[in-house]
Design a protein around this ligand. Structure first.
Ligand code: NAP
Length: 455
């Protein structure tokens, strides 16, 4: 039998997930000396993971990266299997029978939990749900957010929290010409939210947001940022953290905010050293109990929040928990429940510390939910290098045929969405957007997407 990775017997790789980390794994596999075929599996009929479903609609430039992914997908040895749920429509064992290696690029699809009383009261939502809702993700299409409330609390001071707070703060005119889902635009047009409280458990110097994102809060049409200057007084260890240019810039923006006199109808209040203790309410969110924290530790970038025991109550009608994402286990694949990802060494999936032959991971499911889109490029490359090193030791799969995978899925009644199909869905969305002055009008239900393909 011909060696794996040759023109006679290309290395067959399945990539599960069509977000940035998946495409950054596909690219070096298709470009390298080892001849590979890449079949990408995606559970939705649409592509690009968080670039489509996570990036905020008012940040369109970030979305342009999909052009790079489209080019990768056009490679002759790339095949798309979208609208296919791995673990449900096709099992891991079946994938292993048809591919020499499987790379998991399935991201972190759910949220970390605060673990406090009242977390699940009506009116308390995850950032994932809100972001998915305004981006028209089918999983979140039918959620309702009670935007008749005037006060919202956003827990967490990362960039996702900034997205959530900013979308709540923007006027409908600031969002109208973005590709925000129409149902979300309609709901936000009626929003009564006037006060947005953004809550960080550590100090201003430790905030996880980046300078561009915080700066934007000072340039909103109808919302002023409000910062108490006393909250920006830093202890000596936090001062040392300003050696990080981003942290120093963040502080500059926050200090400029602290000097402003708010005059716009909406306000975004920043609270630092405030930890969520309890969400209170009779049948729905009515307030949040926050504990005042102090910083503990003497090593820069390693400071922890410690409750002082003092608390204060913030009346509010909505809570958005934006404290980081978590991966979801896939049946048949090792999972580490402590941090919510696939255990691995440099991308080689491990079980009880030993590598599992033929299984690899990239992106957030590999390293946890951190970093920007570009962070995934070196991360995926690291995994691909390991995979290619392992080729001589890989056992060739039993059925090296993409056609066979297609037939298996079709036999089960799965409507596989191909690359050509996706191009039709994409074109239909763009055309619908043109009609209303938006870059695209998203389909928000799987049935709507598949209906485009019926003609
Ligand atoms: P993140 O950057 O890790 O921020 C999570 C925030 O939640 C931190 O402020 C963290 O505080 C806080 N937190 C965690 N556990 C908490 C708890 N139990 N109680 C209170 N607060 C808690 O995560 P993210 O905002 O979800 O973003 C994920 C990644 O995507 C980041 O790398 C982000 O930069 C990136 N992203 C980038 C953009 C962009 O470039 N525009 C947009 C969106 C997301 P501590 O620091 O104290 O842990």
């Amino acid at each position: 039998m011909a060696d794996l990775g040759t023109a006679e017997r290309p290395l067959r790789v399945a990539i599960v997930g069509s977000g940035p980390s998946g495409f950054y794994a596909a690219a070096p596999l298709l470009k390298g000396e080892t001849v590979c075929t890449v079949d990408m599996f995606e559970r939705l009929p649409t592509l690009f993971g968080l670039v489509r479903g996570g990036v905020a609609p008012d940040h369109p430039k970030i979305r342009n990266v999909t052009k790079v992914y489209e080019k990768i997908a056009r490679h002759e040895r790339f095949t798309l299997f979208a609208n296919v749920k791995v673990g449900e429509d096709i099992t891991i064992e079946e994938l292993r029978r048809h591919y020499d290696a499987v790379i998991f690029a399935c991201g972190a699809e759910t949220d970390r939990r605060l673990g406090i009383t009242g977390e699940d009261l009506p009116g308390s939502h995850t950032a994932t749900a809100f972001v998915g809702w305004y981006n028209g993700h089918p999983d979140y299409r039918d959620l309702l957010f009670d935007l008749s409330q005037e006060v919202a609390v956003v827990v967490g001071v990362g960039n996702v929290a900034m997205d959530v707070a900013r979308i709540l703060a923007k006027t409908v005119d600031e969002l109208r010409h973005t590709d925000i889902a129409q149902h979300a635009l309609d709901a936000l047009a009626e929003s009564k939210v006037r006060e947005i409280h953004v809550v960080g458990r550590r100090g201003a110097a430790q905030a996880a947001f980046t300078p561009i994102e915080i700066k934007e809060m000072g340039a909103l049409d109808a919302c002023d940022p409000v910062v108490d200057p006393a909250q920006l007084a830093l202890d000596p260890v936090s001062e040392q953290e300003l050696s990080d240019k981003n942290k120093a810039k963040n502080l500059e923006h926050l200090r400029a905010f602290a000097e402003r006199t708010p005059a716009k109808p909406r306000r975004m209040h920043f609270h630092f050293l405030a930890g969520p203790v309890e969400i209170r309410g009779e049948g729905r969110v009515e307030s949040m109990l926050l504990g005042r924290n102090q910083l503990e530790g003497d090593t820069p970038f390693k400071l922890r929040a410690r409750p002082t025991g003092e608390t204060y109550e913030l009346p509010c009608g909505l809570v958005f928990r934006s404290i980081g994402y978590r991966g979801v286990p896939i049946p048949g694949v090792p999972f580490d429940d402590r941090w919510g990802g696939i255990p691995n060494e440099e991308g080689r999936v491990t079980e009880n510390g030993a590598p599992v032959q033929g299984l690899y991971a990239v992106g957030w499911i590999k390293r946890g939910p951190s970093g920007i889109i570009g962070t995934n490029k070196p991360d995926s490359l690291e995994t691909v290098k390991c995979l290619l090193e392992d080729v001589p030791a890989l056992s060739p799969c039993e059925i090296p045929s993409t056609r066979a995978v297609h037939d298996l899925l079709c036999g089960r009644g799965v409507r596989v969405v191909t690359l050509e199909d996706w191009a039709r869905i994409d074109a239909a969305e763009v055309a619908a957007g043109e009609a209303v002055g938006k870059p695209r009008e998203r389909f928000t239900r799987v049935e709507e997407m598949l209906r485009v393909l019926e003609g």
